[in-house]
Design a protein around this ligand. Sequence first.
Ligand code: ADP
Ligand code: MG
Length: 318
Amino acid sequence: MEFDLIDIIRARTSIARADVVRGIGDDAALLAPPAGHELAVAIDTLVEGVHFLAGTAPADIGWKSLAVNLSDLAAMGATPAWAVLSLTLPRADRAFVEGFVDGFVQLAQRYQLALVGGDTTCGPLSVSVAVHGFVPAGQGLLRNAAQVGDRLFVTGTLGDAAAALHCHLDRDGTGVPPALHARMVRPEPRVAAGQALRGLAHAAIDVSDGLLADLAHVCAASGTGACIEVARMPCSPALVSRFGVDAARGYALSGGDDYELCFSIPADRVAAATAALERVGCPATRIGSMVESGGIHVYDEQGGDITPQRRGWEHFAA
Ligand code: ADP
Ligand code: MG
């Protein structure tokens, strides 16, 4: 049974790459990273009921399991190449595997990413994907490289996915706006944007747990603080029209599941970065600055400190 499922996966994921010496079918994959590059490796697990709602379409789970990993590679400025997939399924559900792999491959094809191995086991539904990418040696975007005075930017808009989850869980009968739902089930990793920022941005992180929570990691690693002007926070029209501007900004600051990039960049490189991002079709908005240590503060239009208590999602919160 397990081997039937592996055959389904193998048949549906055949993306040919010259650097895959041996893919699915042996005890381990054999891979040939390009000379002069560092290997960027990341893994993320999706658990039913934690990272996706029970009843989520298998193709959406497949997409998201890869998207959240590609987002980590994007935040390093890396180019995706390979993935391995560990699937734990309550039963040998062929239809689930077919749907899952189709969603996974839809995203994988964009980057010519090859699925080179994995593991298939029986148990409560959970999915782990590990991705591998390349970054020219020494050019990865790191969390610890922000400097005081850097301008602080985010790509795209924030808050949509967290607001969609709220709509789903609240079940107040008014439904989930399609634009918000799409952000929750099919996040778009900012892979091209991350690569475009190499050599320009000082520090970068992807926003998965909530902007304030993730930015705090950059601040801690870099030994800086940050200030954010709330009026600059980029929120989608769908989010603002459903929740109003204040609640929209709350989701954008602390919601999570955005998979946008947050980066810091010296003032004299902002124009070059904006142009580079435009070339890959990625909007970016300045939201504030990196400052001397002292935490992260959010200011309103009058300069009042309105830093929220809630920073984002924590898996082991009491
Ligand atoms: P082993 O017992 O040697 O670990 P497995 O029977 O687990 O091998 O897997 C056989 C082959 O199928 C291996 O090449 C493995 O990488 C691949 N494989 C197993 N499960 C998956 C999966 N979910 N996705 C992709 N490849 C898989
Ligand atoms: Mg195995």
